[in-house]
Design a protein around this ligand. Sequence first.
Ligand code: ADP
Length: 244
Amino acid sequence: MLSISHLTKKYGRSLACNDISFQIPDGEVAILLGPNGAGKSTLMKSVIGVLRYNGEISVSGLNNKTPEARKIVGYIPEMPALYPNLTVSEHMEFIARAYKLENYKDRVSELLDMFELTDKKKKFGDELSKGMQQKLNICLGLLPDPDLILMDEPMIGLDPHAIKELKREIEAMRNRGKTLLISTHIIDSVDMIWDRTIILQNGNMRADVTKKELDGCGLTLEEYFFRVTEQENPSAGAETEDKK
Ligand code: ADP
């Protein structure tokens, strides 16, 4: 379980996350949805412990900055950070050693096959196209099979086959009881695969809604998103709907 309590992060005087609290139980896929600049990446970087912030974050009851917590948290960053002088295979080997994985070779082959990188195994990081870099970025994040995985805009730059495989992996992780937090500003890219959606806007948390709750009121995620984020706009459809 991921638990975020009163997370506040400022960059200078600018408030990127304002008193955000929510929990994601084990075995749930949560979507972090919000326009550009909403605070999604800041929240994720706070969870993986690379930013200073106010508030408390725990993973399976462990403070997120402890070594024990770091071992069970995975992160797929929005911008792949590859080594130009390591090949695709060497990147995978590097992660396997960093996480002290055992019996990982079959999984490496499986991931490279899934994301169509098998014939690129010997290519160096800087020889890969943007899309291939993103695929390798995803393979590196999935290899350690962490209990909590954070994916920052993972679908960006992927071709349809890779999107299909990633969605399948997300479902498989959920079925194994893992906790997933996936950020996006594109609602369509995550429809069908979520249990809970957290909506951020201008650093504020505007909603924490489960799929069951939305299905119960007959709204699509898109309709709900606009209802929540355009509330302050008197001409918005959401406001009109609320008054019906
Ligand atoms: P999102 O991921 O939702 O697009 P971010 O978390 O990247 O949003 O950004 C939230 C806000 O914080 C934005 O106003 C952004 O300009 C600001 N911000 C993000 N990173 C930095 C930084 N390193 N220094 C200063 N401001 C930042």
